[in-house]
Design a protein around this ligand. Sequence first.
Ligand SMILES: [Zn+2]
Length: 181
Amino acid sequence: MMKNMYDVGDHVFVVRTRNSKIIVDCPVCYGDKSVIVILGNDEQVKVPCQYCKKGFNDPSGVVNSGYIEISEIVQTTITEVRKRQNYNELEITYSTPAGIYRPEQVSNTRKEAEKLGETRVEKFNKLADEKFAKKYKDHKSYSWNAGYYLNKAKQSFKDHERYSKLAEIMNSKSHHRKDKS
Ligand SMILES: [Zn+2]
């Protein structure tokens, strides 16, 4: 069944959507940009958070947790109806001054358009949530990073300062455990 057919000159409501980035605190370092790794000998090493670090940049303390889709209803007029045969299906697109839309984005009434928009946004955001949950599982190994930076710090005098800063040994255990007493 072909839903809502429109002609040139019809006044319609279209669902315009756009993606917006969701920036949240890093789920691993909680904005600290570093994490503390406790080694097997109880030594504590502070290493840069690898989860919110992008490439060669420093950790940012925040991550893009995905995209949220925002819908907006725009009233417009159809200026052109384009039909294209795609195998057995007739694909229709409507050109309007507000852009080009597919039939499922076009409606007679604002109310119906709002409903179309909600459904679309819900679907999109559910997918985005699932993607983020998956990504969170993939975070890197901190023990590996702790070892890497410690070794580098010991290796050469030239790099010593740089890597010492990255792998700051938390000698003061008492300081760390103060709040537990
Ligand atoms: Zn982080």
